[in-house]
Design a protein around this ligand. Structure first.
Ligand code: NAP
Ligand code: G4F
Length: 325
């Protein structure tokens, strides 16, 4: 059966970084876009404000099965992108069981809701390179064994395996995208790249006089979120559901990020502004996270378009503009 001309998509986590970029991409492609949002005492829809007239929002929470079923029933999606999660690794040590509920069991709730109400839909699960943790090989591919190093990573491994299991048990079109770190001007301020680009801009504007960081030697394979949401969409256009690693294949350190950001902000040397603070050092770190996205290149035609340096410079420019008024 062919794909509909004007498909419908449901995005959980639409208020997050990836949700906002994905919603924009799908609206531009002519999709009818639905998003699931959870109630808060103050609405925080800044990232999707410019899309509000062109998308439909449904109340729902990964902890509440009824709301997931109702959101799927109301949106009648051809494609479901499950991006919602407790996504901050550092907090997963502070709230380990809540992380397991949101980031792990929440995936089963979504799959069950889809099985009941939209079994023909295609499902995307936001899996993570954090699942590789204490890496078993470098670079990591779809067949590299998992060794998670945080409660978040453990929960994502569960989410990944349950997605594969529902694909194999019930024949659902359920795909797991194993995405390495991806950043943007919409990144939450607690994640290290955005924390650095925001502080570089704030110091330049005289709003702060230093930044406190943890492990400057930590390395990640960092890409641009806008490039990565395109990979999510491409995965769901395939006839067969599968698993795909999405990465740049290059790694950089937190120190590299600081150097580029402070240079772009016109601050020169970064050393006088950076303080090391043990509160930002993790109980356990992941090792050489570097992804091999050759399967995605071969089967999806996907390649990263933005280098790490371009990414950090564009994030600093955005924060300079944001804080410059
Ligand atoms: P994000 O900015 O933190 O967004 C997370 C989203 O999940 C927000 O919309 C949040 O809603 C929603 N959410 C959290 N708990 C929920 C719950 N109980 N019920 C309903 N919604 C809930 O994360 P992101 O960077 O866009 O990442 C998207 C997904 O990809 C996440 O699953 C993340 O774990 C995964 N991932 C991210 C990366 C990366 O580098 N960005 C890499 C690999 C995998 P509120 O706005 O209400 O908080
Ligand atoms: O920016 P981060 O907090 O991202 P992390 O832990 O890699 O997780 C992100 O990427 C995952 C993909 O692998 C996603 F699944 C997950 O949802 C999230 O999007 O930390 C990056 C590195 C870490 O090694 C951390 O120890 O930066 C190091 N770091 C050093 N100082 C810091 C800081 N991290 C934060 N957040 N804050 C610091 O001050």
């Amino acid at each position: 059966m062919g794909r509909p001309l004007s498909p419908r998509a449901l995005i959980t986590g639409i208020t997050g970084q990836d949700g906002a970029y994905l919603a924009e991409l799908l609206v531009d492609k002519g999709y009818e876009v639905h998003g699931m949002v959870r109630r808060a005492s103050t609405e925080k829809f800044e990232r999707i404000e410019h899309l509000r007239e062109r998308i439909t929002l449904h109340q729902g929470d990964l902890l509440d099965q009824r709301s997931l079923v109702d959101a799927i029933r109301a949106s009648r999606p051809d494609e479901i992108y499950n991006l919602a999660a407790m996504s901050f690794v550092a907090v997963s040590w502070i709230q380990p069981t809540l992380t397991a509920e949101f980031t792990g069991v929440g995936v089963t709730r979504m799959l069950e809701a889809m099985r009941e109400t939209a079994p023909e839909a295609r499902f995307y699960q936001a899996s993570s390179s954090e699942m590789f943790g204490k890496v078993r090989e470098v670079p990591q591919t779809e067949s590299t064994p998992f060794y998670p190093r945080s409660p978040y990573g453990v929960a994502k491994v569960y989410g990944h395996h349950i997605t594969v299991n529902y694909r194999e048990s019930y024949g659902l079109h359920a795909t797991s995208g194993i995405l390495f770190n991806h950043e943007s001007p919409l990144r939450g301020l607690e994640f290290v790249t955005r924390k650095i680009t925001w502080h570089a801009a704030a110091i330049k504007h005289g709003l702060r006089d230093h930044i406190s960081l943890g492990n400057l030697d930590a390395r990640r394979d960092w890409g641009y979120a806008k490039d990565y949401v395109e990979a999510m969409w491409l995965m769901l256009q395939q006839d067969r559901a599968d698993d795909y690693v999405i990465a740049t294949g290059r790694s950089n350190s937190v120190r590299d990020c600081v150097e580029i950001a402070f240079d772009q902000a016109g601050l020169g040397s970064w050393e006088p502004y950076v303080r090391l603070d043990p509160q930002f050092v993790r109980p356990a770190e992941v090792d050489h996270l570097i992804g091999d996205a050759s399967k995605a290149a071969r089967e999806l035609g996907w390649r990263p378009k933005t280098s790490f340096e371009e990414l950090i410079r564009l994030m600093v420019d955005a924060d300079m503009k944001l804080l410059g008024g």
